[in-house]
Design a protein around this ligand. Structure first.
Ligand SMILES: Nc1ncnc2c1ncn2[C@@H]1O[C@H](COP(=O)(O)O)[C@@H](OP(=O)(O)O)[C@H]1O
Ligand SMILES: [Mg+2]
Ligand SMILES: [Mg+2]
Ligand SMILES: [Mg+2]
Length: 337
């Protein structure tokens, strides 16, 4: 089923899908070409690859061509590329490799300027896009899960999500049967999945389990991003006996939205860490539109209106909805909140 063009945000939805598919193709090409993608280290010590820059250039350029007055809150900026001509040249080559046939090639200046369109501050009025060109860069580098995550925020509320998950199995129990899904949600219109090789969409919904002990929970692979000792205690308190599903990136939101797991926990490892809006905007809408619930570890709704970070929130709890209150109670009790 495909959403009718009469529905709200249908043009944004179609452009978002095209942008995320192009960026996902670019990332897959980088991984295939470079066993060890060229990486540089940003000030926060997170790895960033030529694919992160290229994917941000591709998405921003298309958004800017279609919606020239919409600002963009993107994770990356071109400062390191301006200081490294070789790195910049490989990003320019990559960006041009996924432009449609017949499109004029982007110059180095065009590509760097497109990346830097992502520096908007965000906030509570008007509309802006938020982009994580590769969420889960560490997963990408390991050949595991990562996601290209795009969302549209209007007056502080997420209205559209398009998320590409190139390595995600169509069926987690049968990874050999195919990988690569796109997840799409528009507020009020439901959540959908389509495979990379087909335009057919199917509506997805969260799992129907009504007891937390019967489900599995997901969390980060990286122990520095979420406290795995706290989540083990929370799982214990909920009577969950199955091991956690550890997965990088917002693919975790997709598997909650699709009903593969019932709970996603992200428990802060440091008091001063502020979650970034591009790490949660799209995923949170996917879960809500699939029938689930989301809040922070204190039970507060996520607030995307405060700038580039979720500075009013700490951590994340996303569930299938039916078990939400019970999970929030267990998290608060273990974390003594
Ligand atoms: N100390 C920390 N706590 C929580 N998240 C962190 C973190 N340091 C980095 N991150 C974020 O965790 C994201 C990956 O999420 P996950 O752990 O679910 O795979 C990273 O996104 P990028 O890979 O886009 O940089 C980064 O923004
Ligand atoms: Mg990063
Ligand atoms: Mg991220
Ligand atoms: Mg990223």
């Amino acid at each position: 089923m495909t959403a009718s063009s009469a529905l709200p945000l249908s043009r944004e939805r179609a452009v978002g899908i095209e942008a995320v598919l192009r960026a996902s193709r670019l990332c897959q090409a980088v991984f295939a070409r470079l066993a060890q993608a060229q990486t540089v280290t940003k000030a926060d010590l997170s790895p960033v690859t030529v694919a992160d820059y290229g994917a941000q250039a591709v998405v921003n350029a298309l958004l800017h061509a279609e919606f020239p007055s919409d600002p963009i809150v993107g994770e990356e900026d071109a400062a390191d590329l301006r200081a490294d001509a070789r790195l910049a040249a490989s990003v320019v080559e990559l960006t041009n490799s996924v432009q449609p046939a017949g499109a004029a090639a982007m110059s180095s200046d065009d590509v760097l300027a497109a990346i830097d369109l992502g520096q908007y501050a965000g906030g509570k009025t008007g509309r802006f896009w938020t982009l994580d060109p590769i969420d889960g860069t560490k997963g990408f580098l390991r050949g595991e899960q990562y996601a290209v995550c795009l969302a549209l925020v209007v007056d502080g509320v997420v209205q559209l999500a398009v998320q590409g998950c190139p390595n995600l199995p169509h069926d987690l129990a049968h990874p050999e049967e195919g990988r690569g899904s796109l997840f799409i949600a528009v507020r009020g219109q439901g959540a959908f999945e389509r495979h990379f090789d087909s335009a057919d969409e199917r509506r997805i919904s969260v799992s129907g389990v009504s007891s937390a002990s019967e489900t599995q929970f997901c969390e980060s692979v990286e122990a520095a991003h979420s406290s795995q000792s706290d989540t083990a205690q929370i799982a214990d308190r909920l009577g969950i006996t199955r091991p956690p599903v550890r997965m990088d990136s917002q693919c975790k939101y997709a598997v909650i939205a699709r009903g593969d797991a019932g709970i996603y926990l992200r428990v802060p490892t440091r008091a001063d860490y502020q979650e970034k809006i591009w790490d949660h905007a799209g995923g949170s809408l996917l879960v809500e539109e699939a029938g689930g619930s989301i809040c922070d570890v204190t039970g507060k709704p996520l607030d995307f209106s405060l700038g580039r970070t979720l500075k009013g929130n700490k951590g994340i709890i996303a569930t299938n909805g039916r078990i939400h209150a019970r999970v929030v109670e267990a998290v608060r009790s273990v974390l003594r909140l």
